[in-house]
Design a protein around this ligand. Structure first.
Ligand code: WTA
Length: 649
């Protein structure tokens, strides 16, 4: 924990929506009388039928329920588009920057975006999509991804976006779990000059589905690349839209009707379908987008996260559009064709607010100052990061090179499950400390627990829990409510357990120390060790596998694999390569192992549990910190693994 404290600049304090006094006052009210506070905040949305109930929550395991604004009715899409039309029809809503630098930029006004969404919504209806149906979206970073989400919301369909970097196997699992009948995809995606075979992946996925109910695949012709076409099943998007009217009444939805499912990794089993609902979610992401980014009308805002992740859902679609913001969407990667692309893009579109991930900063930083050479970034007012801890070196470099040493860097802590930012600075209110996510957002009551389940008071370190509900909290795991209760509400009584550890300093600032479970954070992407292990053992040569995280300069964490081969299989460099590719195929390129070490045996307790702690220490070469290994069934395994690790290095 660094002691350095960077005070809020005068300009920020004076001009910001929220200064420190206001923050303290609003925060206190949000905790003392959550019902009044949130009833007021929910007025930022248009309600078709006002709610009379604000909050109905119990975190008790036996009676778990979470409901916000439960008798209110509204439509999320209408709140993101229609209601802005009287005043802002001609304001730019979305600026799309293609992968290829210099290729044509596409802009949508609010009126145009509204029209596109209505047409697609009608198209989906024509294909038989009804309120409550799950629509799977597997698209690159093109405007259609936001348009599809909003079209679903408009007609009450539940969208399930699958990150465009996932493999056919991963898509199949999500299609199966959601019983999706419609998939929206593109012929190909483009990233860093390379094509991604999206349609081909969907075709493959359908072969992997256990009980596919998919009837139609809606295909955007984006690159015009070659694809297989199944007359009965595949629908050309342009053809479909030709016939659709630009008028589509928005469905009336209950505040607690599902808005979307988004899959995320847990410590065990297959990915969980995190379910978010309508009224509370939209209230929270809209309020946090405005106050945390200090967003003011007319400003241009860029959230660099892929829309396939929660950051993209909440802060590249719903939050900013609910606030009538002007958004930038970029198809590609920040360092293509070279590491100066991100800065040039910011300058070109005169972007004022940039929300990114520490891993992107570290990747650019690796090339020194060339990332910003020749650009004037004085348009930048606010910088923010999410998804993983930002190390103080990266913080300072970003602050200096992109922020001209003045723009605050907001380190926002939150999760797919929380729907919106939970612990975060606000530009006009919070003195910053590099590496700390600082203080809780309105309505959020964090606490630290010790191993006996007692709350730690004052400065200290423990398990990070949240003591009461906030409106954008996930409501359940799709199709598995018991798993929801077991995962989040069983470790500590009457609390939501985040699975993260944290420290709190004397100023009440929070410092996230990382996951306490077997979840890795690789380049800001969340991955369960169990998922990677089960992909490995699905290969015929692997008898057993254990995966641990190792520190990585750019990605934050890298994947380190211990593999025990089947009896008659011989270890070889070829096999190592094959297994690397296998994991890429099974999960996606983001899951590519940094290293695969052969392990004749794994360190197990007498009851057969793998001691990951030991494996982690060996992978990090901290041989003197293995801890007590006397409880291992066969302590000699450890010596063999150390010898093998040294040979590999
Ligand atoms: C980690 C991403 C440190 C954390 C929005 C959490 C962070 C997981 C931060 C959720 C941060 C997220 N500092 N760690 N500012 N933000 N994390 O669901 O371990 O993809 O539990 O949501 O990322 O990842 P997810």
């Amino acid at each position: 924990m660094s002691r350095e404290r960077i005070a809020v600049g005068e300009t920020y304090r004076e001009q910001a929506l929220i200064n420190n006094e206001r923050y303290l006052d609003m925060y206190q009210r949000s905790i003392d009388s959550p019902e009044t506070f949130w009833a007021e905040q929910a007025q930022r949305l248009n309600w078709r039928k006002p709610f009379t109930q604000v909050k109905d929550v119990s975190f008790a395991k036996e009676d778990l329920h979470i409901r916000w604004f439960e008798d209110g009715e509204l439509n999320a899409c209408e709140n993101c588009l229609d209601r802005h039309l009287p005043e802002r029809a001609d304001q730019i809503a979305l600026i799309w920057e293609p992968d290829e630098e210099g290729a044509e930029v596409v802009r949508y006004t609010y009126a145009q975006l509204h029209e596109e969404v209505c047409k697609l919504a009608n198209g989906l209806k024509a294909m038989g999509v009804k309120k409550g149906d799950v629509v799977t979206i597997y698209l690159p970073m093109v405007p259609l991804i936001s348009i599809s989400m909003l079209a679903c919301a408009r007609i009450g369909a539940i969208h399930s976006v699958v990150f465009g970097g996932f493999s056919p196997e991963a898509i199949a699992g999500r299609i199966d779990d959601g019983h999706s009948r419609i998939v929206i995809t593109a012929d190909e995606g483009k990233r860093g000059g390379k094509s991604v075979p999206l349609k081909h992946n969907v075709d493959n996925a359908l072969e992997h589905c256990q009980h596919s109910e998919v009837e139609k695949i809606l295909v955007l012709r984006h690159t015009q690349g070659n694809i297989d076409w199944h007359e009965q099943r595949d629908v050309d998007l342009a053809e479909l839209l030709k016939e659709q009217s630009p008028d589509c009444p928005a469905e009336t939805m209950n505040a607690e009707d599902p808005l979307f499912i988004l899959y995320t990794s847990g410590s065990t089993g297959k990915p969980k379908g995190v379910l978010h609902t309508t009224g509370g979610y939209l209230t929270y992401v809209s309020l946090s987008h405005e106050t945390v980014f200090d967003y003011k009308a007319g400003e241009t805002y860029w959230c660099m996260a892929d829309i396939g992740w929660i950051t993209g859902h909440s802060y590249a679609v719903y939050g900013p559009l609910a606030n009538a913001a002007t958004l930038v969407m970029y198809e590609g990667v920040p360092n293509y064709p070279d590491c100066g692309r991100m800065a040039r893009l910011i300058e070109k579109h005169q972007i004022n607010i940039v929300y990114t991930a520490p891993t992107a900063i570290r990747a650019l930083m690796a090339d020194g100052d060339t990332a910003v050479e020749g650009t004037d970034l004085s348009c930048i007012r606010i910088l923010a990061t999410a998804g993983e801890p930002i190390n103080p070196e990266a913080w300072r470099w970003f602050h200096d090179k992109f922020g001209n040493n003045t723009a605050p860097i907001l380190d926002t802590w939150w999760q797919t499950e929380t729907g919106g930012m939970m612990i975060t600075p606000m530009p006009g209110a919070t003195d910053l400390k590099p590496g700390s996510a600082t203080r809780p957002f309105f309505g959020v009551q964090p606490a630290l627990m010790d191993n006996d389940g007692n709350e730690i008071q004052g400065a200290g370190e423990g398990s990070l829990v949240i003591k009461d509900s906030w409106p954008s909290q996930m409501r359940t795991i799709y199709g598995d409510h018991q798993r929801f209760i077991d995962t989040y509400f069983s470790t500590f009584e009457n609390c939501y357990f985040s699975s993260d550890g944290a420290k709190r300093d004397e100023d009440g600032y929070y410092w996230i120390t990382g996951r306490m479970d077997d979840v890795l954070n690789v380049a800001g992407h969340r991955m369960g060790t169990a998922e990677i292990e089960s992909a490995l053992v699905a290969h015929k040569t692997v008898a057993e596998a254990a995966v641990v995280g190792i520190p990585h300069d750019i990605k934050g964490q890298g994947i380190y694999v211990y593999a025990t081969l089947a009896a008659d299989v011989e270890a070889s460099e070829e096999l190592r390569k094959e297994l690397r590719n296998w994991v890429r195929q099974e999960i996606g390129p983001i899951a590519t192992p940094e290293a695969i070490q052969w392990a004749p045996g794994l360190p197990k307790t007498r009851s057969g549990k793998i001691m990951r702690r030991v494996l982690r220490k060996i992978a990090c070469e901290e041989y003197d910190q293995l801890g007590d290994t006397s409880t291992l069934a066969d302590p000699h395994v450890v010596d063999d693994l150390i010898a093998e690790h040294k040979a590999l290095a």
